[in-house]
Design a protein around this ligand. Structure first.
Ligand code: ADP
Length: 141
């Protein structure tokens, strides 16, 4: 199976719960490695650019406001089948529908404040990683 890289965000609600370590442990326990990481507060412009595909959705304003409300952890995760594997570790968008034991079931509060983001395809991963990291900031782990 191919080694892939994907983009992950630990969202402000999970950061407030002091859950970075627990969430990274779940990635590592499932075979993903951290190839890049930074903690920052997203600007409104960056959050809007990141979620541009949702700009016509009714929740867009609320989503941008939530994503800029506090620190986030931005990461590149690397491993076999990393894009799909990360989506499985995260669970469904709505924490109420997420399988038990997934990050969103454990740390999500509601469909908006759902603890983590993960790229939904290899193409999205490439676009999203390029938005937040310089090439030289991502290691081949
Ligand atoms: P995912 O993050 O699982 O790929 P989407 O791409 O559909 O899900 O949505 C992007 C993000 O927008 C979600 O992670 C969540 O934070 C937010 N979101 C999605 N649906 C809703 C909703 N109905 N109400 C509020 N926020 C939402």
């Amino acid at each position: 199976m191919a080694i892939e890289q994907t983009f992950s965000i630990i969202k402000p609600n999970a950061m407030k719960k002091n859950a970075i370590g627990d969430i990274i442990s779940m990635f590592e326990a499932n075979g993903l490695k951290i190839a890049a990481a930074k903690i920052t507060i997203l600007s409104k412009a960056k959050a809007e650019e990141f979620y541009a595909e949702h700009k016509e959705r009714p929740f867009f304003g609320e989503l941008v406001s939530f994503m800029t409300s506090g620190p986030v952890a931005l990461m590149c995760l690397q491993g076999e089948n990393a894009v799909l594997k990360n989506r499985e570790i995260m669970g469904a968008t709505d924490p109420k529908k997420a399988n038990a034991g997934t990050v969103r079931a454990k740390f999500g509060d509601n469909v908006g404040e759902n603890a983590v983001h993960g790229s939904d395809s290899a193409a999205s991963a490439a676009r999203e990683l390029a938005l937040f990291f310089e090439k030289h900031e991502i290691c081949n782990v």
